[in-house]
Design a protein around this ligand. Structure first.
Ligand SMILES: [Zn+2]
Ligand SMILES: [Zn+2]
Ligand SMILES: [Zn+2]
Length: 239
C-alpha cells in the first residue's frame, strides 16, 4: 500500500510484494489471460508472456481492466485482434473506460489496442481449453469467475451463486478471493474464504486479492492443510 509502514508492506519476503491479481493459463498451444490489470505490462515482462489467445474478464473494476492498452503488443506479436470475453456489464465498462478504442473517429494506428469484445453466457472453447463461466457475487454485483479444466479462478467475490455449485465439483485447483481478516461488503474475509473453500473441496486452494492485513508466511502458517495464499509468480501444474 502506498505510504504504509506496516510489517507486510516493509517485508523483505518477495511473496509480500503483490502486483494486481491476474492469471495466465496455458495448455498445449493455447494461452489464456484472466483479467488485464494495471500491472499487465510488468507481469508479462517478468514472465516472458508472448502469447495470449484470449482474455477472460471477471468484471470491469479498474484493478482488472486498466492494462488493456498493453494488448497492443499482443496484437502486434499475434497479428490479430484480441478476443475479450465478459458479461454485458463488464463489456459496457470496457467500452466506457476505453471509449477512444471504440470511437470510429479515433485515427487508426499503433496507439489503439484492437479488441474483439465477446459476450459470454455459457461455456466456450478457446483453442484447446474449455472455458466455463462461473456466476459469483461481488457485493450487489453479479460477476464471473472462470473454470478452465480442473482449475477455477474466483476473484472479487463474497458469495458463490447457487447456480455455480454444480460447476465446481472435482477441482484440482481453486483460486479464491480472500481480502483481509475483517469482513468486507464485496470480498470474502479470510475466514469466509476458508469456509467456502472447504465446501467447494478442491484438491488445492490458493487465496488471492489479499491486502496488507495478510502477511504471507504468518497467514499461511495458520491455514488448514491444502490451503495457502497465492503469490506473484506462483506456477501450478493443473491435473
Ligand atoms: Zn501496509
Ligand atoms: Zn472488484
Ligand atoms: Zn479486484
Amino acid at each position: 500500500m502506498i505510504g504504509c509502514d506496516c510489517a507486510t508492506c516493509r517485508s523483505t519476503d518477495p511473496r509480500d510484494a503483490r502486483l494486481r491479481p491476474s492469471i495466465a493459463v496455458e495448455s498445449d498451444a493455447t494461452s489464456i489471460l484472466v483479467d488485464a490489470g494495471p500491472d499487465l505490462r510488468m507481469q508479462a515482462l517478468r514472465h516472458d508472456l508472448r502469447r495470449v489467445d484470449a482474455i477472460l474478464f471477471t468484471h470491469g473494476h479498474a484493478y482488472h481492466i486498466l492494462g488493456l492498452d498493453d494488448v497492443r503488443r499482443f496484437n502486434a506479436m499475434m497479428t490479430r485482434d484480441m478476443p475479450c470475453y465478459g458479461d454485458p456489464l463488464t463489456l459496457q465498462d470496457i467500452r466506457r473506460t476505453f471509449h477512444y478504442v471504440f470511437d470510429p473517429a479515433t485515427p487508426k494506428g499503433g496507439g489503439i489496442p484492437a479488441l474483439d469484445l465477446i459476450e459470454i453466457d455459457g461455456p466456450v472453447r478457446v483453442g484447446s481449453v474449455e472455458v466455463q463461466p462461473i456466476p459469483i457475487w461481488h457485493g450487489e454485483r453479479p460477476i464471473l469467475g472462470y473454470r478452465l479444466g480442473a482449475c477455477a479462478y474466483l476473484t472479487d467475490c463474497n458469495r458463490i451463486d447457487e447456480a455455480a455449485w454444480p460447476l465446481l465439483g472435482g477441482l484440482d485447483v481453486l483460486v479464491l478471493d480472500a481480502l483481509r481478516i475483517r469482513t468486507h461488503p464485496t470480498h470474502f474475509s479470510l475466514d469466509e474464504a476458508v469456509a467456502t473453500a472447504g465446501r467447494i473441496g478442491a484438491g488445492r486452494t490458493f487465496f488471492t486479492h489479499m491486502c496488507h492485513d495478510l502477511p504471507h508466511a504468518a497467514t499461511n502458517a495458520r491455514l488448514p492443510p491444502g490451503m495457502a495464499l497465492a503469490y506473484d509468480g506462483l506456477i501450478l501444474d493443473i491435473a
